[in-house]
Write a protein that binds this ligand. Structure first.
Ligand code: C2E
Ligand code: CA
Ligand code: CA
Ligand code: CA
Length: 279
């Protein structure tokens, strides 16, 4: 079946010209969508596995195109990244997250994390640090801990720059997590060097956690992170059995459909209220 899929892809693969044309059109639409406030955040809870308390919320962007259909970030982030619009889109994400966090903070009597995805181009942008500071500087939100998610690849490609950025933003109470851990480099040596707070184990591992080899790999990553004082979040937890296995493994935090899918603003407020105060 896999091979058939590959052939189909070959047949329908658009020519380079068509691909470029398509991206050009989407770029215009992206700009337009930014002006029309078509970008909105959903929030997916990250849960402390032991007491089921909310540890944090990952902000996940959706494009409410023409205010009628939701477009997945997997469709538009790569294009926004390619044409550079991701830099401005990233600012929209940060601002909107802070606006929401102000409301969320009314329902938390303890620290909570808002975790935001930072794309490679954003992270390496010359004005990244200053633009972030400009947005967060005058915002004092009770109990909020802001976290940025970057991939291993970004962190490792220019590790000295990454260390510098992470340390600089620490001064503003922003921490970093390594996203999609295990898919790219996974040079465990870097874990020691990067001044990060957390590691997010990619969902591809959880999907195979019932397999013995994968189990051992995840076990090792969790143990190592614990020893290094890093928090571990496992993403993509979909079943009760996966949840149980992770608990057994001493994993701290989980995220996934088993707990909740990403929720819109109203839904997440309801989720927080129910979780913090009971039904
Ligand atoms: P990611 O950072 O790895 O985010 C996790 C993705 O897994 C999300 O997809 C989420 O909806 C999905 N997910 C959550 N739980 C489960 C589960 O139990 N099973 C499965 N199969 N999937 C689950 P989403 O929202 O479509 O986002 C896709 C990617 O788009 C994200 O991957 C992230 O790389 C990127 N992205 C999303 N929002 C932003 C943003 O604001 N800025 C940037 N730069 N990238 C973003
Ligand atoms: Ca992420
Ligand atoms: Ca991820
Ligand atoms: Ca991913």
């Amino acid at each position: 079946a896999k091979e058939k899929g590959l052939n189909e892809y070959e047949v329908f693969k658009p020519s380079l010209e068509i691909q470029t044309l398509k991206e050009g059109i989407i770029e215009k639409e992206l700009r337009n969508g930014m002006d029309l406030n078509e970008f909105i955040l959903f929030y997916q809870p990250i849960i402390n596995l032991y007491n089921r308390q909310i540890y944090g919320l990952e902000a996940l962007l959706r494009w409410h195109y023409l205010k009628s259909v939701f477009v997945s970030p997997l469709e538009f982030i790569p294009i926004a990244e390619k044409c550079g619009l991701i830099v401005d889109l990233g600012k929209i994400v940060l601002k909107q997250s802070l606006e929401s966090a102000k409301i969320f903070s009314n329902y938390f009597n303890r620290d909570f994390v808002i975790s935001i995805n930072i794309s490679p181009r954003q992270f390496s942008d010359k004005e990244f640090i200053s633009s972030i500071i400009q947005i967060v500087e005058n915002e004092k939100i009770k109990n909020l801990k802001l976290q940025f998610e970057i991939t291993e690849k970004v962190a490792i490609e220019n590790i000295n720059y990454a260390i510098e950025v992470i340390n600089e933003l620490k001064k503003y109470n922003i921490t970093f997590a390594l996203d999609d851990f295990g898919v790219d480099y996974s040079s465990l040596n870097y874990l020691r060097k990067l001044p990060i707070e957390a590691v997010k184990i990619d969902k591809s591992f959880v999907q195979e956690i019932e397999n013995e080899e994968t189990y051992f790999v995840v076990e090792t990553i969790i143990k190592l992170c614990n020893k290094l004082g890093l928090k571990v979040v496992v993403e993509g937890v979909e079943t009760e059995n996966q949840y149980k296995i992770l608990k057994e493994l001493g994993c701290d935090y989980v995220q996934g459909y088993f707990i909740s899918k990403p929720l819109n603003f109203e839904e997440i407020v309801k989720f927080i209220k129910e979780n913090e105060f009971g039904k």
